[in-house]
Design a protein around this ligand. Structure first.
Ligand SMILES: [Ca+2]
Ligand SMILES: [Ca+2]
Length: 373
């Protein structure tokens, strides 16, 4: 009886497999070839299965027999063999490069859910380092972090993310992964060609990035810096920015997929960085008003638990005020460049607060929003 059952099961699997197409590069079968596909190939890396059948169409293969293994979402491993040769390996990564951005059916969005600040793993920027204040031709580097000591990352298998920024003001943006806790010696890195002004929308630049470990047993755990974003501001700001003016340029983590060792998507809290870019003449005209040598970044903001403060200069103290000017808390930092402010211990109520950050030379004012649970 058991024998008959397994024959029957084989027959059902075989029959239902017929006619399913694998489109080269679309390893998660969501309709588009992009950086998220890297993660499925990385997880299934080294797996062998029945080769796929050549199709009449270029870059399309038909599954003759399903493979033994399935991803947790029910997708068969045959989809990770995006060149159809019966092995998941480097050639399948190359298929992603070759067919990058191609769509072949309505695209199903993939990615981690938006996390809850203070609960889920944060992906966030540190304070920009380098040529501040920013103007034509300035260069800065911005550290990018994943996880904190309180909310570390456990068994990361792969990470894919999209950074979005105002490309009108950026001559170049690139990203380098860091070889710290990510253990890059056993991982594959991927940076897609930058897509500028996608869909004709003015001035939106996108950078797709991915890293993955190989095979289901390799992961990394930890927290802290995972890389650096290097930004060069346009040489010529004429026509982009009125003379003597300035503008906030935003860098946002738009989409993220963080896979753990299962491999399941883990919620992530995403960050946006604002940097002020000045017209060169604005710096001359208002030099008294714009010391701006110091850059302070706060994450998460809004928050329902605590705020991490980053500065590129040593901080003496931070004062927290209510909107009516009432002093709520003072924190002495004695020259540290980062600290955590806990909303609960300051007994904040839902609302907006002002942080005054004192360095040796400057006083910087920042707004934070507290959202009680
Ligand atoms: Ca895909
Ligand atoms: Ca293959």
């Amino acid at each position: 009886m058991k024998h008959i059952f397994s024959v029957l099961l084989f027959f059902v699997v075989f029959v239902s497999a017929k006619g399913q197409d694998v489109v080269s590069g679309d390893a998660n079968n969501n309709g588009i070839v992009d950086h998220f596909d890297i993660l499925n190939i990385g997880y299934a890396f080294g797996t062998v299965g029945p080769a796929l059948m050549e199709h009449g169409e270029d870059g399309v293969f038909e599954i003759a027999v399903f493979w033994e293994e399935y991803f947790p979402d029910g997708l068969n491993y045959a989809f990770a063999d995006t060149n159809g040769d019966g092995l998941v390996d480097w050639l399948d990564f190359i298929s992603v490069f070759t067919y990058y951005g191609e769509e072949h059916m309505p695209v199903q969005p993939v990615g981690s859910d938006d996390g809850i600040p203070g609960v889920d793993i944060p992906l966030y920027f540190g304070a920009p380092q380098g040529g501040l204040p920013l103007t034509a031709g300035s260069q800065i580097s911005v550290p990018v972090y994943l996880g904190t000591a309180d909310i570390p990352v456990s068994e990361l298998h792969g990470l894919a993310l999209t950074l979005e920024f105002n490309s009108d003001f950026c001559a170049s943006v690139d990203f380098e992964f860091d070889d710290s806790w990510l253990k890059l010696n056993s991982a594959f890195l991927f940076e897609a060609p930058q897509v500028i002004n996608e869909d004709g929308s003015e001035g939106i630049g996108k950078m797709d990035l991915a890293m993955t470990h190989f095979g289901p047993d390799s992961t990394s755990s930890g927290y802290g810096q995972i890389g650096t974003m290097n930004i060069i501001i346009e040489d010529v700001l004429v026509g982009l920015l009125p003379v003597k003016d300035s503008i906030d340029v935003l860098f946002s983590v738009k989409e993220v997929l963080l896979l753990n060792g299962d491999p399941l998507a883990v919620p992530v809290v995403k960050d946006t960085l604002e940097v002020m870019v000045y017209h060169p003449e604005a710096l001359v005209a208002n030099s008294d008003d714009i010391p701006m040598e110091t850059d302070v970044h706060i994450f998460p903001n809004p928050s329902s638990s605590s705020y991490r403060i980053y500065s590129n200069k040593p901080i003496e103290k931070i004062e927290v005020y209510g909107l009516l000017g009432n002093l709520i808390s003072v924190r002495d930092l004695n020259g540290k460049e980062t600290c955590m402010l806990d909303a609960t211990s300051m007994q904040l109520k839902q609302g907006t607060y002002i942080l005054i950050v004192y360095t040796g030379e400057e006083i910087i004012k920042k707004k934070v929003v507290y959202m009680s649970d």
